[in-house]
Design a protein around this ligand. Sequence first.
Ligand SMILES: Cc1cc2nc3c(=O)[nH]c(=O)nc-3n(C[C@H](O)[C@H](O)[C@H](O)COP(=O)(O)OP(=O)(O)OC[C@H]3O[C@@H](n4cnc5c(N)ncnc54)[C@H](O)[C@@H]3O)c2cc1C
Ligand SMILES: NC(=O)c1ccc[n+]([C@@H]2O[C@H](COP(=O)([O-])OP(=O)(O)OC[C@H]3O[C@@H](n4cnc5c(N)ncnc54)[C@H](OP(=O)(O)O)[C@@H]3O)[C@@H](O)[C@H]2O)c1
Length: 425
Amino acid sequence: MLISKVIFWVFLMDYLKELEGKSVHDCYQQITMNKIGSPIFVPGPVIVGAGPSGLAAAACLKQKGIPSLMIERAECLASMWQLKTYDRLRLHLPKQFCQLPLMPFPKTLPSYPTKHQFLAYLKAYADHFDIKPAFSQTVVSAEFDHVCHLWRVKTLKKEDRAEYVCQWLIVATGECAEEVVPQIEGMEEFDGHIFHTSLYKSGSMFCGKNVLVVGCGNSGMEVCLDLCNHNARPSLVVRDTVHILPQQMLGKSTFGLSMFLLKWFPIRLVDQFLLLMSHLMLGDTDQFGLRRPKLGPLELKNLYGKTPVLDVGTLAQIKNGKIKVCRGIKRLSHNAVEFVDGKVENFDAIILATGYKSNVPSWLKGSEMFREKDGMPRKAFPNGWKGENGLYSVGFTKRGLLGASIDAKRIAEDIQRTWKPEATL
Ligand SMILES: Cc1cc2nc3c(=O)[nH]c(=O)nc-3n(C[C@H](O)[C@H](O)[C@H](O)COP(=O)(O)OP(=O)(O)OC[C@H]3O[C@@H](n4cnc5c(N)ncnc54)[C@H](O)[C@@H]3O)c2cc1C
Ligand SMILES: NC(=O)c1ccc[n+]([C@@H]2O[C@H](COP(=O)([O-])OP(=O)(O)OC[C@H]3O[C@@H](n4cnc5c(N)ncnc54)[C@H](OP(=O)(O)O)[C@@H]3O)[C@@H](O)[C@H]2O)c1
């Protein structure tokens, strides 16, 4: 044990000596003087987050013979998919746009796999590439040490703290790391249950109840449909404009068709086509309180990252009056909600489908790569994957799993250029 520790430190000293123009002795002292115990040197990249993006990055690295350490705060892979999604969830995009690099979905899966099928695929993916994350460890800080020229990554596991040092740091904590929970006046007075969609599983417990769903992204729309299917009486708060598109057009997925058309036509023309088809297939959504933004769906996504809603049946329930559309909320009281248009209605529960946000600024320190405001890379897609000093991001493209796969491949190729296999312990 002692011998292996000595070998480790001798190696670390040798490794650090290689780093140009640095005071190895100072650096060694700084690392060993750490109050939280011996830091652990990781010869390859440290990947923060064991969701689909982290797995994709680890697999692409593995294929190039580069080992990595993956750190995950939850006790399982893809915790967002396992713990924070509702039962009826399916991929909204066809499976060929959601598969991770180097391992396609099984042919037997339907075009739009269920969340359980997607999770089984992710588990098989991790097994195939022998990816074994360090679970239940939250990265509480990561900072580049300009003396050592290494990243210092600090983690917390219950009471235990650890520190890892590495040359490359890959941020894979996701665009949906934390729930957005708005503060609404009177929230504390409301008698019913108020909770975020990340805790919603199914509408079975809301049979016969009046439920207000706040937010009309894909989550809010789908939760409303699920509530209808369980004989609840949902109302949907739509405070602003929204693009609703059919999931399929002309026998093809709307997403696939858009990707194809974008190869040949400018984005505005493709948007006009999408809006024309949507009008023909769904009718004028304005008359149901779902006003469309001035910019087209693809342009809006490109410029502001706002995802259009792919309709999986909710609109039909809005049209037939089973789902009511309401304007923004003014305030809550004991069992009622007052809306900005002055209407007051009683509700048994409120579900916040108000989205998610990145948590990167809470733990990544001293880096220019991510914006403080929203935790997204400053550079827009396709340039947001690479930062300074061996820092990378995977899955922050506002382009879902497809964007994550593109990032993962680029990162592995880039790290391969500086990777020295002899540095492996
Ligand atoms: C309901 C829902 C449905 C969706 N459906 C689709 C879809 O059909 N298609 C699509 O392309 N996209 C979809 N998305 C978008 C979704 O974000 C991506 O599919 C995918 O989960 C992104 O993977 P990721 O690995 O980047 O992030 P995540 O899946 O969020 O994984 C990030 C991981 O990092 C961990 N983590 C976070 N902070 C820390 C920390 N400080 N220390 C250690 N670990 C940390 C988290 O626990 C998590 O396991 C959906 C999102 C939601 C909310
Ligand atoms: N099956 C699937 O594939 C599937 C299912 C669900 C979600 N998703 C994906 O998961 C990601 C997150 O989706 P999401 O629907 O959870 O979040 P989202 O797309 O960010 O939508 C959040 C919604 O909440 C609204 N909102 C926020 N704060 C509000 C407030 N205080 N009052 C009223 N409305 C408020 C927003 O309105 P504004 O626009 O006005 O801000 C927006 O309509 C997206 O990428 C989405 O596509 C995919």
